[in-house]
Design a protein around this ligand. Structure first.
Ligand code: ADP
Length: 245
């Protein structure tokens, strides 16, 4: 059986607004193997969010193909996309996106309620287990506003992993955190990856990027570099950023 989880071939996304055509992605090709930890970086406007939306089945490409776990998901219906998204993809956002009037446990359980293959008891069990994994089960009945940013992101990570998805898509997961909380979130992602979770993370932070196995750099809607972190002098990577930022 193939070890490839995600395979993109010549993926293209053109936005049409009034008379303007914007090529957000112009022929992106790469694959991600099961268990890999990928970071995607590039300057603002280069197409990172568009790429993450396509990978997360939140939007459809205007060209090329996307194969997820051996299934061609390029041209499927909206309903099929939603179903596959719920089962196979976990999202982590920069701004946590927890629902303020739901408890921690309810927040983690929420995406599972769209899963027709799970009953109430199974959903509760999966949510509790996920919160234990991120060391937040002692806060199950708290509300998001009663937690620190770092704790909220841990809960958001529990929500992403609860349904045991094939891949976690993270969009600047440490962007709203101070360095101490950012480090603990990165350690948690490392731990999940060591346990077998495939992670694809968009980040402009070279320190976070260097935790991945591979760094894919995007510029003007194209992949301009795809390198294994073990082949890069990551001290230089972090140094480069501190010089330019
Ligand atoms: P990044 O995440 O790297 O900052 P984006 O993927 O958000 O980049 O954007 C890539 C390009 O596509 C930009 O030029 C942006 O203006 C354009 N774009 C993104 N979303 C839309 C949209 N919904 N409609 C029109 N243009 C868009």
């Amino acid at each position: 059986m193939s070890n490839i989880l995600i395979d993109l071939k010549n993926l293209e996304k053109v936005f049409h607004t009034e008379d303007v055509e914007t090529y957000a992605l112009s022929g992106v090709s790469f694959s991600i193997s099961k268990g890999e930890y990928i970071s995607i970086s590039g300057p603002s406007g280069c197409g990172k969010s568009t790429l993450l939306s396509l990978l997360g089945l939140l939007d459809v490409p205007t060209g090329g193909s996307y194969t997820l776990a051996g299934h061609n998901v390029t041209d499927i219906s909206k309903e099929q996309r939603a179903k596959i998204r719920n089962k196979e993809i976990g999202f982590i956002f920069q701004s946590f996106n927890l629902i303020s009037d739901l408890s921690v446990l309810e927040n983690v359980e929420l995406p599972l309620t769209y899963r027709t293959d799970l009953d109430k008891t199974q959903r509760r069990k999966l949510a509790e287990e996920a919160l234990e994994k991120v060391n937040m089960s002692h806060r199950n009945s708290h509300f998001p506003s009663q937690l620190s940013g770092g704790q909220q992101q841990r809960v958001a990570i529990a929500r992403a992993i609860a349904g045991n998805p094939s891949v976690i898509l993270a969009d600047e997961p440490t962007g709203n955190l101070d360095s101490k909380n950012a480090e603990s979130v990165m350690e948690l992602l490392d731990k999940l990856n060591a346990e077998g979770t495939t992670i694809c993370m968009v980040t402009h932070d070279p320190r976070s990027a260097s935790k991945a196995d591979r760094i894919i750099e995007v510029l003007d809607g194209r992949v301009v570099a795809d390198r294994r972190v073990s082949d890069i002098d990551t001290r230089a990577l972090v140094g480069e950023e501190s010089v330019t930022s």
